[in-house]
Write a protein that binds this ligand. Structure first.
Ligand SMILES: Nc1ncnc2c1ncn2[C@@H]1O[C@H](COP(=O)(O)OP(=O)(O)O)[C@@H](O)[C@H]1O
Ligand SMILES: [Mg+2]
Length: 355
């Protein structure tokens, strides 16, 4: 994997930048609850954009509106200038891929097969060809497999291609989800908490992976709770609070914004012993180094992952109901409470549009 650990140079050839994602006035209501309120967000080619905010702020709901899992109550989502139809398979075909906060893999399929599933939107061979298994089909299959293996190589899972997905450690399951998303040849990838449950080494590797994805020419929109990760990675960060966009800007601007500190990062910015230096810790000013501020915030934020509420709708994207998401098989217990909440939400009105 070749990596670049620098942010995109925002000043480089601004004219060459294309607006990949353009979400305008996106609002999502569930009965009396407005989960997302009038959110505008753009992602340009070559960019990594972060979306942060407290639990329940509406981040995943916003992703669901972007990817056709939900039909926004109001607003419009464009991908490369075209209004997206609210159907997830059409959104994927258009060029937006995603991963889920609660991992959704095909447990009992191999690692390679999981990536091949992500490939199907790009396979042109039709039903008859597949049924007859003629030469065209075999060629297409071989090409898909080659591409899938390249992607597994890219994310570092090639040697586990024949392992069952459910037998992968949690961090590798997250990577596999990314490989599956990449298999649809997206122009934009949406990552919902890609490092949740990862250890610091895995998180660092995920950061490199995301830079490498960006360098492949894929724009990235990423939700994450790990502030150090976000502020290091992103060219731009938007903050959602109670469904509304509070602020958007570069990492430095966002992490030193008083409202962000108050509304999101909260009071206990640093509970570690070095809290003895209160002035800096309590309010990172513009003069603070990015790293210090991010580190402090990351520490304060760490426990939040364990309380992350459930959010994702169940596998609408063609996932067979009997092939449960691999999260159950993983060793990450932080996802367990999600199931109950998922079930509750499943019963909520207005959720599904893409059965
Ligand atoms: N399908 C749904 N039906 C009803 N309420 C929902 C549904 N999905 C999310 N919500 C609610 O919307 C709010 C935002 O949730 P979510 O988007 O998961 O937040 P985040 O990802 O920022 O933690 C929460 O109050 C959540 O309970
Ligand atoms: Mg979420």
């Amino acid at each position: 994997m070749t990596t670049t650990t620098t942010k995109a140079d925002a000043t480089a050839e601004p004219a060459a930048r294309e607006t990949v994602l353009d979400a305008r006035g996106v609002t999502m209501r569930f009965g009396g609850l407005t989960a997302v309120r009038d959110v505008n967000l753009t992602v340009n080619s070559g960019e990594i954009v972060g979306l942060i905010g407290p639990n329940g702020a509406g981040k995943t709901t916003f992703f669901n509106c972007l990817t056709g899992l939900y039909v926004p109550t109001e607003g419009e989502v464009r991908y490369k200038g075209q209004v997206l139809p609210p159907k997830s398979f059409k959104v994927t075909a258009a060029g937006i891929a995603r991963t889920f906060q609660n991992i959704r893999l095909f447990n009992n399929m191999t690692v390679l097969e999981n990536v091949l599933v992500g490939r199907h939107t790009r396979t042109k061979e039709g039903l008859w060809s597949a049924l007859l298994r003629g030469p065209g089909f075999k060629r297409a299959e071989a090409a898909s497999e080659k591409r899938a293996m390249e992607l597994l190589e890219f994310i570092g899972l090639a040697d586990k291609a024949q392992h069952l997905a459910k037998n992968l450690p949690y961090g590798e399951q997250r990577k596999l989800e990314i490989a599956r998303a990449l298999a649809s040849d997206p122009g934009l990838i949406l990552l919902d908490e890609p490092t949740a449950g990862m250890n610091p080494q895995e998180t660092r590797a995920a950061e490199e992976l995301i830079f490498a994805i960006r360098d492949m020419g894929i724009a990235v929109l990423v939700i994450e709770h790990d502030m150090r990760f976000i502020f290091n990675l992103c060219d731009r960060v938007a903050v959602l609070v109670q469904g509304q966009k509070l602020i958007e800007g570069d990492s430095q601007t966002v992490q030193s914004d008083e409202r962000v500190i108050a509304a999101y990062l909260g009071e206990p910015i640093d509970e570690t012993p070095k809290a003895a230096a209160p002035a800096e810790d309590a309010a990172p000013a513009a003069g603070d180094t990015t790293e210090d501020a991010a580190e402090t915030e990351a520490d304060a934020d760490a426990p939040a992952e364990d309380e992350a509420p459930a959010d994702d709708a169940p596998a609408e994207e063609g996932t067979p109901a009997d092939d449960a998401p691999a999260e159950d098989a993983s060793d990450a217990d932080d996802d367990t409470p999600a199931d109950a909440a998922d079930a509750a939400k499943d019963a909520a009105p207005g959720k599904e549009n893409d059965a």
